[in-house]
Design a protein around this ligand. Structure first.
Ligand code: PLP
Length: 422
């Protein structure tokens, strides 16, 4: 009779179990049977794309550099565009709303949404989100990755066709793969390529067009109007990932679809960027969200979001909607910053706009060196290399946030110009 927790010998006897060599390094166990991965890691090293988890905390290192120079530390690498992640939001109003007097907000939901994990905090946040983006219903997910994978794979059927931008985020790509549908990849932000794919396929397949509204590594945007028009003409469904646009663009920060007066059929938003927290949502029709409630596996088979987190995010949604001043400031900063780079002939990605400012360094080693030089000056940036971006398009991904003051911004631009023109 098997005993829970006891290690069972595999079929064939205990000799096989001992072949999984388990060695001890000090008091910690290492697993020799996985050492074959070392050769794969070596291949990553040889191609210059290995990321070493033991490199330590870059942020701390750059902060120390800033301190040693007597300068302020500047974070020009995060997606915290509205500077919300540094503060615990004022949840007092929500605490009154959702939690009986004298009790603290709950940390854990205790179960998945379908198995009694649904709390008033979830429903209140979903109502606030659907109102914000102007769609009938919203559904929370534990991350943007989980949302894209769960939503696309649940909505799209194997005999459908997905038309996907070549630079779409990995979570969109993985959602498309999981759907087991045909996937047609189009050139970046190319509406005519989308039209050609629809023309060739719409009569025989249900078609889904999926794009980001503000591309995270390029800082550019597709023509959402044109895509909406094409989807209407060919009866296709339009899925838009607004991860980096929500909070930053549009009336009350409601995103680029809203700014372009375009209704996406399915809209994904994440809380890890301008919302300053963690998690994500999908917004769509009642019918679609009812289906996702039943069939999006990353929603159904996952513990519901922490009610405390949901309450905090709702407070941030309200604050962000009201803070046009921060959005306008961020927009002006980005415009000013770009004009300085332009005047110094520093190449940024074509058509980029807003707070994501990618400076191109086709050679990944040079991109890493440039990020290290900025780090020496107390400025945290990120060198982005393949496979995150295509070969020969490494870059320093600079991001601005609303918390930067004018003197920090000037120091940032001067340091970037100095580093990039060396
Ligand atoms: N979608 C886009 C466009 C993203 O850039 C990201 C994250 O970088 C995600 C989805 C995933 O979001 P999360 O970090 O919440 O998993």
């Amino acid at each position: 009779m098997p005993v829970w927790g006891a290690r069972q010998a595999p079929a064939g006897g205990s000799a096989k179990l001992s072949s999984s060599r388990v060695c001890n390094r000090g008091s910690l166990r290492t697993v020799a049977v996985l050492d074959f991965l070392e050769a794969q890691i070596e291949a990553l090293r040889a191609s210059g794309s290995y990321r070493n988890p033991d490199d330590g905390n870059d942020r701390l290192r750059v902060m120390e550099n800033a301190r040693a120079l007597g300068a302020e530390f500047i974070d020009a690498s995060s997606n915290n565009y509205l500077n919300r992640s540094d503060y615990f939001p004022d949840v007092s109003r929500e605490t009154q709303l959702s939690v009986p007097p004298g009790q603290l907000a709950r940390l854990g939901a205790g179960a998945s949404r379908l198995i009694h994990g649904t709390r008033p905090e979830h429903s209140e946040l979903e109502a606030a989100l659907s109102k914000w983006v102007g769609l009938e219903r919203a559904l929370l997910f534990s991350s943007g990755y989980a949302a894209n994978v769960g939503v696309i794979s649940a909505l799209v059927r194997p005999d459908d066709l997905i038309i996907s931008d070549e630079l779409n985020h990995a979570s969109i790509i993985d959602g498309c793969r999981l759907a087991r549908a045909q996937i047609h990849i189009t050139a970046h932000c190319d509406s005519s390529a989308i039209e050609a794919a629809l023309l060739a396929n719409a009569a025989t397949h249900r078609c889904w067009v999926v794009t980001e509204s503000y591309f995270s590594m390029d800082g550019d945007s597709p023509d959402l109007h044109a895509i909406r028009h094409l989807c209407n003409n060919y009866g296709a469904v339009m899925i838009v990932d607004e991860a980096h646009a929500l909070g930053v663009f549009g009336p009350q920060g409601s995103g680029l679809c809203s700014a372009s007066h375009v209704n996406a059929d399915v809209l994904i938003g994440t809380f890890g960027k301008a919302l300053g927290a963690q998690g994500a949502f999908v917004a769509s029709s009642r019918v679609a969200t009812n289906w996702l409630w039943n069939r999006a596996r990353s929603f159904v088979y996952s513990t519901a979001m922490s009610p405390l987190l949901a309450t905090s995010i709702e407070a941030n949604v309200r604050a962000i909607r009201a803070d046009d001043e921060a959005r306008t400031r961020l927009g002006r900063m980005a415009f000013w910053f770009r004009s300085k780079l332009d005047a110094n002939q520093i190449p940024v990605t074509a058509h980029s706009h807003g707070p994501i400012i990618p400076i191109l360094y086709p050679n990944p080693t040079r991109a890493i060196k440039a990020a290290a030089s900025l780090g020496q000056l107390g400025i945290l940036t990120q060198a982005i290399r393949p496979p995150t971006v295509p070969e020969n398009s490494s870059r320093i991904r600079l991001t601005l946030h609303a918390g930067l003051n004018q003197s920090q911004l000037e120091r940032l631009v001067d340091s970037v110009i100095q580093t990039c023109t060396q």
